[in-house]
Design a protein around this ligand. Sequence first.
Ligand code: MF3
Ligand code: CO
Ligand code: CO
Length: 255
Amino acid sequence: MSVHIKSADEIEKMRTAGRLAAEVLRMIAPHVVPGVTTGALDDICHDYITRVQDAIPAPLNYHGFPKSICTSVNHQVCHGIPGDKVLKNGDIVNIDITVLKDGYHGDTSKMFFVGEPSIIARRVTQISYECLCLGIEMVRPGVRLGDIGFAIQHHAESNGMSVVREYCGHGIGRNFHEEPQVLHYGTPGTGLALEPGMIFTIEPMVNAGKRHVKLMPDQWTVITKDRSLSAQWEHTILVTADGHEALTRLPDDPL
Ligand code: MF3
Ligand code: CO
Ligand code: CO
């Protein structure tokens, strides 16, 4: 168990990487409309990250992942591969962006509504957003990872939804994924105690139905076993001396 504590210089680079990842989500928003393919969204993000930001899309070739972003639609939980899927009115889609800039990673995702979503689609999107916010608001030195996981799990389950357990948040820095694992469920008073200079993601996946998931034959796309809708939001969070800083939040973003 070794959780890397970032230096002031590393934190500055993580701020830059985080801002760039957030700016990709902002750039792509107007393109997420009925009729667009997830592959087209990937192309636009790839070009923006490489040409405008002079950065690297970290997912591309990561453990063999074939594209530059992840697009997970409706009952897809995470790691959806962009392709010829055409987005249609009523779909909900998570777009997950990770950029590598100057040796450091920024990782963030959010949900987009394609046209007019159903009530349940809005609800699972809203509850997963609230789960992320609740988790972030708890981050300060001394808080334990089990406290954060419990708060997220409790909020989802008390709203009749479930939390995916097979995938979790993660430390991030020079590596895309490093220690610690940040589970979105847990027991208060257990797990790692946070210290200033730690940087990790919180990225709860919340299902409208049961928590169980299944890996598709493409070996990447994760879906809900019961085909219920799933939603996820993600930020990269720095533990500061007196609280936290969301490195992937732009100045005029909510939260
Ligand atoms: N961005 C995802 C995360 O939040 C990881 C994607 S890995 C990939 O951790 F290979 F699918 F891109
Ligand atoms: Co992540
Ligand atoms: Co991500």
